[in-house]
Ligand binder design. Structure first.
Ligand SMILES: Nc1ncnc2c1ncn2[C@@H]1O[C@H](COP(=O)(O)OP(=O)(O)OP(=O)(O)O)[C@@H](O)[C@H]1O
Ligand SMILES: [Mg+2]
Length: 632
């Protein structure tokens, strides 16, 4: 046989190989999962070609071969063979597929590795494909014969170090691929039949083609989705999830659908346990596997669900899918659109049902995947009525910082004449809870939604209202109309005193206006404050403080919209200040105190002072005044 080439691996591949060969992985068993999954992929591909090109079968090598996988153990020579009757590879494909890093798993692996240098356990979750075989192999030979009539058989040989050789050979007599593995000396456990069986049960039990181990059939081959729900055990659903997702977590929920008319289709859909996007290093790209009569038409179809449901794993099988339509065009067919809209509806219904009947599970789903529902609000108008009820919030009536409430909960316990849904925004719960804007609502026992995710406010701005109730920020609420606590009757004397007091306050207000004239548009008596002496509010229609702060974070420039300073006339600081002003209107300290009150109101919103040095000086002056008083 002619030796037709020696090739070097690309540097990036050498990196992967280096890690694998020196086996930093704790779980070496997965090499078999990877090889069996490749064999099954190759069988899926030929199966699809056979049914879609059945008219020109003469173009396909060995069209009548049974589609199956065979594993054999050669104890004497410490070898393992895994062969399939799949599509096989041409020489170019061998070079492309086993010489470069074009496939999903390994790319992800490398990326993850660069991000998590010290965390190899996390990497163990992700398939690294074919190359994982070098964890256990001294040398690997891939014998293969493409389904394309004219392509001869080749053997690819590598020790997983610098490169590989490809030569023509006659090892692979029929269409398909055989992986010949010469095991490392300390990896002999893989010559044990029971060990191999155990790995197959664990990772490869749902492969849709028969697997024979030394002649004995070892898997069940059942397309789980075609069975009746009553025949399937919980464990099987979970195992199937692990199989299709290659994740090791336990799904939070799943949904098994079966329809016969007007359209035949079945599906199993899963929600995993963790949102991988939340961790910040990837976007879900997996899609659903699309079958027709158990034959894989398209792995990872991303069009079967709207993009905001990209975290769902699953399979869909429909015999109504027209196999004469090319794979690329399938998604434009009416059957496909109907399946898609059905899957979306059923999933959203499922979430709504969980939200009602299984709060614990729904809370987990919301905490992990809630962002996708917020994303859906402006992306999917047609399902808005099913999506908005899925939204959850912490509110002033949550029993703790975890109790989630829905908009329907809110509406149910609204006050009789309340017309708006109130919310307050802020960077975190503790700053929200201490906000002066909240004081009035606490006193009047009006529920307020606490929004810490900036997306929430965009969602509300976008929705405008829910069930005829407008969303309203507490900053912009019409406090006067909400006030219920009535003021008690005053005696003549009290009235007189109040009048005098008012006059003092009005004078003080004028003085404050003068002192802060460059910083604010107005000073008014507050109706919302209960405890705090002052707070800043937006002039009518100005963007909310939170949005302004976000803009500042994004553009690094503040909007500089001047605000209104509200003062709490019942607050002792304000009352004392009014008296002090009347006594001595030119006292230097008055200005410092007013400046500091203003500064405090900014810090209450921003969390930081714009000019801490000046502020410290000012506070020191005020402190020296108070300490002097204490000595008297
Ligand atoms: N038994 C086989 N028959 C035909 N082609 C194969 C076989 N094994 C591997 N290949 C080819 O080699 C490629 C690389 O395989 P590898 O397992 O590394 O990546 P992948 O299967 O594409 O992605 P991943 O396994 O990470 O999901 C495959 O995409 C396939 O084209
Ligand atoms: Mg693979």
């Amino acid at each position: 046989m002619s030796n037709i080439g020696t090739y070097k691996f690309k540097t990036e591949m050498q990196k992967i190989l280096n890690i694998l060969v020196h086996s930093l992985y704790t779980n070496k068993d997965i090499f078999l999962r990877e090889l069996l999954s490749n064999a099954a992929d190759a069988l899926d591909k030929i199966n699809y070609i056979l049914i879609t090109q059945s008219q020109n079968k003469e173009e396909i090598k060995n069209p009548d071969l049974p589609l199956e996988i065979k594993i054999s153990i050669d104890k004497d020579n410490k070898k393992l063979y895994i062969s399939d009757t799949g599509i096989g590879m041409t020489k170019e494909e061998l070079q492309q597929n086993l010489g470069t890093i074009a496939h999903s798993g390994s790319k992800e692996f490398l990326q993850r590795l660069s991000e998590h240098k010290n965390n190899l356990e996390i990497i163990g979750q992700f398939g690294v494909g074919f190359y994982s075989v070098f964890m256990v192999a001294k040398e690997v030979r891939v014998h293969t014969k493409s389904y394309k009539k004219k392509s001869p058989s080749y053997t690819w040989i590598s020790t997983g170090e610098e490169g590989y050789k490809i030569k023509e050979s006659d090892f692979q007599k029929q269409r398909g691929t055989t992986i010949e593995i010469l095991l490392k000396d300390d990896e002999e456990e893989y010559l044990n039949k029971e060990k191999i069986k155990e790995i197959i049960y664990k990772y490869s039990n749902f492969i849709n083609f028969p697997i024979y181990l030394d002649g004995e059939k070892v898997n069940k081959i059942s397309a789980l989705w075609t069975k009746n729900k009553s025949e399937i055990k919980e464990d099987e659903y979970i195992e199937f999830y692990k199989f299709i997702s290659k994740n090791q977590d336990t799904p939070l929920t799943y949904l098994h659908l079966k329809f016969d008319s007007p359209l035949q289709f079945s599906a199993i859909l899963y929600v995993g346990e963790t949102n991988l996007e939340k961790l910040g290093f990837l976007k879900y790209e997996h899609g659903l596997h699309l079958y027709s009569k158990k034959i894989l038409i398209q792995p990872d179809n991303k069009e079967l669900l709207p993009p905001y449901l990209r975290f769902i794993y699953g399979v869909v099988d429909s015999e109504d899918i027209d196999l004469n339509v090319s794979r690329e065009l399938i998604q434009n067919t009416p059957v496909f659109s109907k399946i898609k809209s059905n899957l979306t509806k059923k999933l959203l219904d499922h979430f709504n049902k969980l939200a009602k009947n299984d709060k614990e599970t729904y809370t987990k789903i919301w905490n992990e995947f809630g962002r996708f529902f917020k994303e859906a609000i402006h992306l999917d108008l047609s399902h808005r009525d099913k999506i908005v009820p899925l939204l959850r919030f912490i509110s002033s009536k949550s029993k703790d910082d975890k109790e989630l409430i829905s908009l329907d909960d809110y509406i149910k316990r609204m006050q009789v004449d309340q017309k708006e849904i109130y919310y307050i925004t802020g960077p975190d719960l503790s700053s929200i809870k201490n906000s002066p804007y909240l004081e009035f609502f606490k006193k009047e026992d009006i529920e307020v939604l606490f929004l810490t995710d900036p997306l929430d406010e965009f969602v509300f701005n976008y929705l405008i209202e829910y069930k005829d109730k407008k969303f309203k920020s507490v900053e912009n609420a019409d406090i006067e109309s909400l006030k219920k606590t009535t003021e008690k009757e005053l005696t003549e004397k009290e009235k007189e005193e109040k009048q005098k007091n008012e006059e003092k306050i009005d004078k003080l207000i004028n003085f404050i206006k003068l002192t802060l004239k460059d910083k604010i548009v107005d000073v008014v008596k507050s109706k919302r404050l209960v405890d705090s002496p002052v707070c800043l509010v937006n002039a009518e229609n100005a963007p909310s403080a939170h949005i302004q702060k976000l803009l500042k974070m994004m553009t690094n420039e503040s909007l500089k919209t001047k605000k209104i300073l509200e003062i709490n006339t019942e607050n002792p600081i304000i009352q004392n200040l009014a008296i002090a002003y009347e006594k001595n209107p030119v006292a230097e300290e008055l200005k410092d105190i007013i400046e500091q009150l203003y500064e405090n109101s900014i810090i209450a919103v921003d969390g930081i002072s714009e000019n801490p040095d000046k502020m410290i000086k000012r506070i020191e002056k005020i402190l020296s005044l108070t300490t002097k008083l204490l000595t008297k």
